[in-house]
Design a protein around this ligand. Structure first.
Ligand SMILES: NC(=O)C1=CN([C@@H]2O[C@H](COP(=O)(O)OP(=O)(O)OC[C@H]3O[C@@H](n4cnc5c(N)ncnc54)[C@H](O)[C@@H]3O)[C@@H](O)[C@H]2O)C=CC1
Ligand SMILES: CC1=C(/C=C/C(C)=C/C=C/C(C)=C/C=C/C=C(C)/C=C/C=C(C)/C=C/C=C(\C)C(=O)O)C(C)(C)CCC1
Length: 528
């Protein structure tokens, strides 16, 4: 098969309602409820990715200048691994979950409470341009696993990937259950005019807000994976400043920093700044011995609009470029660049970089760093800490983020099986690993009341009987072990428990203590 992508073609607007209706129709056949059917789709997706590998690698090169190393590690092989992982665990995820203690009080245990995992239905997945394969198809893995049908809308900014994605999905997966609509705003609007059971959107906060507002009109649940202005903190006690510099530079070189979870700015103890800059330069030289432009590993900026967006941040800064700074529009090339700034109002602090540039902001104290970070963006997608244990804990405690990495760049997001998502305005909901399955699943609680229990549970019927209610309360109500000021009261029950538990708080602890006592007693009475 040729590796050159078919020319980009938007899906005809009038075809979109039919595509959505077909996917809904396929869901109503109930075939997706069959776990074997889902597994077959995941297996087919795995092999489609393997078979289309040359095309996808080539497409990532032509759309983003992405190296084949990254194309495999973070896109094609990444999704294949996701398929394999899901196949390995799906049987256990789909099982009904029996509900017992502590969810169900012992008095209701006869009702066989359980949670049934149901597919949400037909879902819409809208992807961004930076990881056009991974960020579109990983949610699809979750949707297939959960038993949903889906329509995918790749980013039009990566046209070659969009066209191959359409071909591999529509040729290899169940026809009509999974389709791809290509296009930009008009096509997305046409999709948004349809009724979905969930919308999974990855992209900018501005578009995320449009999607959420539209979805709210039909009470459609949404997952939003958005961006953020992500801080890194470096304190005097970071230990290895050279390592911090190298690891943070990694975050701005992979995919030319077009990674929504990489750092936007570094808040660093002012005394460390000159050495940190030197270490950045050393790391840069290590990664790009012949300069970044000559490196076959560094991606390009996706298009002129984004190139100029990033360039404007550099044009508007009042700071000083201390590493990098070269730009070449003809190649959409921007060199990994660090800018030393001294104002929170600087363009390098206020705009989301989403490119290979970041700022360095010197601070006097950790208090100051935390105040600035909370001011710039209270709920970023990521956060990075390079301090001692107490400082790292303090940062994690006093500032939230979607995810965080201690002592590295975005490592919390570099493993495909752990939950990933934002918080507040950096995103709603999470996916990856089991979270991908959960994201497209309705957890339906089921109770089953046996006929023979009728007499036991008839207290609910009219005419109401207060005596029966009092009896039920005696059986089920727990009296508080705290007073009106919220203080725990150590009453008779507490001391009895303490005595019989031999001071242990849990049943297991008490059991172990009793074992020790009995063993000691046995040895004492059987001593020769
Ligand atoms: N949290 C996460 O996992 C990720 C978040 N991002 C964020 O995404 C942004 C960059 O990605 P882009 O592709 O530029 O995002 P974008 O928001 O411009 O586009 C995302 C999708 O929305 C569609 N779209 C664009 N404008 C629209 C409109 N007015 N109405 C309806 N649909 C529209 C596009 O066709 C595309 O498929 C950055 O802000 C970045 O932080 C990117 C990757 C991952
Ligand atoms: C091999 C042996 C061992 C272990 C070796 C280890 C731990 C190797 C580690 C390798 C590393 C650090 C690989 C790094 C990979 C980075 C990846 C995959 C980055 C992915 C980025 C992604 C997916 C970006 C996503 C972007 C998103 C979501 C966005 O824009 O929002 C032992 C254990 C030491 C034993 C010996 C053998």
């Amino acid at each position: 098969m040729a590796t050159k992508a078919p020319e980009f073609q938007a899906t005809a607007l009038e075809a979109i309602p039919k595509i959505a209706s077909l996917a809904r129709g396929q869901f109503r056949t109930h075939k997706t409820k069959n776990v074997e059917w889902r597994k077959t789709q995941l297996r087919k997706l795995y092999w489609a990715l393997e078979d289309f590998k040359p095309q996808l690698v080539e497409a990532l090169k032509s759309d983003l200048g992405k190296s084949s190393f990254e194309a495999l590690l973070t896109e094609v092989d990444w999704v294949k691994k996701d398929c394999m992982w899901m196949l390995d665990h799906l049987d256990s995820f789909v099982k009904d979950q029996k509900l017992g203690s502590p969810d169900v009080p012992a008095t209701y245990s006869i009702m066989n409470f359980r949670v049934k995992k149901e597919p949400l239905g037909t879902v819409l997945i809208i992807g961004p341009y930076n990881y056009p394969i991974q960020l579109l198809l990983c949610p699809l893995v979750g949707a297939i696993a959960a038993g949903c049908t889906a329509v995918l809308k790749p980013s039009e900014l990566t046209p070659a990937c969009a066209m191959w994605t359409k071909e591999l999905i529509e040729k290899r997966l169940d026809s009509g259950s999974f389709s791809v609509v290509n296009g930009a705003i008009p096509e997305t609007n046409a999709l948004m005019a349809e009724k979905w059971d969930k919308i999974f959107f990855t992209g900018s906060a501005q578009v995320g807000s449009i999607i959420a507002q539209k979805a709210a009109q039909t009470l459609t649940p949404v997952v939003l994976e958005l961006g953020g202005k992500n801080p890194a903190f470096i304190t005097k006690n970071c230990g290895n400043l050279a390592l911090a510099a190298r690891r943070l530079l990694w975050g701005k070189t992979q995919n030319a920093g077009q990674v929504c979870m990489s750092q936007n700015y570094v808040l660093i103890d002012k005394d460390l700044v000159p050495t940190f800059i030197e270490f950045l330069k050393v790391a840069y030289k290590d990664m790009f011995p012949n300069g970044a432009k000559a490196s076959p590993d560094l991606s390009r900026i996706v298009n002129k609009r984004h190139f100029h967006r990033i360039k404007k941040m550099l044009d508007d800064t009042q700071g000083k470029i201390v590493m990098g700074g070269e730009l070449d529009e003809s190649e959409l090339y921007i060199e990994p660049t660090a800018v030393l700034v001294n104002s929170v109002n600087d363009s390098m602090m206020q705009e989301e970089s989403f490119g290979p540039i970041f700022s360095i902001y010197p601070v006097n104290t950790l208090d100051e760093a935390l105040n600035i970070a909370n001011l710039i963006h209270k709920t970023p997608l990521s956060l990075f800490t390079f301090g001692n244990k107490a400082e790292n804990n303090r940062i994690l405690n006093e500032m939230t983020s979607g995810g965080a990495t201690i002592n590295d760049g975005f490592f919390h997001g570099a493993v495909n099986t752990v939950p990933f998502g934002g918080v507040g305005d950096s995103g709603w909901g999470a996916y990856r690993g089991k979270a991908s399955f959960d994201s497209f699943t309705h957890f339906r609680t089921i109770a089953e009341t046996p006929g023979w229990a009728e007499k036991l549970i008839r207290v609910r019927y009219m005419p109401y009987d207060f005596k029966a209610l009092a009896f039920l309360n005696r059986l089920t109500e727990k009296s508080p072990n705290f007073d009106r000021s919220g203080k725990v009261v150590k009453g008779f029950g507490y001391w009895i428990k303490f005595l019989f538990g031999l001071g242990g708080k849990s049943a297991k602890g008490a059991f172990l203590r009793w074992l020790v006592v009995l063993a000691a007693h046995y040895m004492y009475t059987n001593r020769s």
